[in-house]
Design a protein around this ligand. Sequence first.
Ligand code: UD1
Length: 315
Amino acid sequence: MTEKAIKILVTGGAGFIGAHLVEALVANNFQVTVVDNLSSGKLSNLEKVLSRISFIEGDIREQKLLEEAARDCRFIFHLAAVVSVTKTVENPLGSSLVNELGTLGLLEAARYNKVHRVILSSSSAVYGDDPRIPKKESMPPCPKSPYAVQKLVNEHYAELYGELFGVETVCLRYFNVYGPRQDPSSPYSGVISIFMKQAALNQQPVIYGDGKQTRDFVYVEDVVRANMLAAQVPNAAGKVFNIGTGQMINISKLWNMVAKLAGTTAEPEYAPERSGDIRQSVADIEKSNRILGFRPRVELKTGLASTYQWYRERL
Ligand code: UD1
């Protein structure tokens, strides 16, 4: 992707993942427009590139705004969403207006503007608590939260827009994404961002459950590359892909790695398991490897080190 002046719209471009993607697109000389209502994203995430993009502070529930923002765009990367699972449980209707209807509006804007391809951010949450691992795209979805239902509905709409209207779409099911800029401020923030903050401040972390639950942590730069591949690879259209590493680690071991990096001897406090917590999660990345050519490059140890450095400079 090195052509000049191709127009691209990124929704949620001021968010954690979105801002990393925008930086990569700008570095490749694309003409980028960001739509973000700054409800969870921050303008400071875009400070390095703000002078080189068009930034629209706006909401994806505003159809006219989307249609104008998508004008002449060849690609749309759709990352805007209510990303907290808990918030969608507290407010299924309000979150659905953003996550479901907002996405439908975006697909409409893509259809209306004859956008070549839309890349949608989905989630491993759609697998729910099916105990089988690794998770394969062919497994039946088992959504356990409004968030997961909303993401799954989006995947169906995406496929449908390809079939009915010829709008190419690719859905990426992210596993546990981490890296610099992830906001550690809420108890429901990503565990790595929380551990990083606690380790840097020499605070005691809380581990929910026995700490043996596992996750597949994928570095944000690898997620950005997956998005770029999803835009480029011709036969990715109409498909859903897992984006993880295929490796899992348990939460106690994760804390040990972070503690070692930070040189802290703080011992975790163990608290009751969170309700709805998934026991084991790891992606099967054979399909994304085979079709997208996706191979995660950043090993957990390396990714944790660069993430920790980022937090230490700021805390
Ligand atoms: C993550 C995503 C969610 C997605 C889901 C898909 C984040 C913030 N959430 O949820 O959007 O739908 O994957 O499976 O990325 N934990 C602790 N101590 C803490 C914080 C967390 O022990 O201080 C534990 C949790 O109980 C959980 C694990 O760490 O077992 C991971 O938690 P978290 O980072 O919140 O992500 P998921 O629950 O996997």
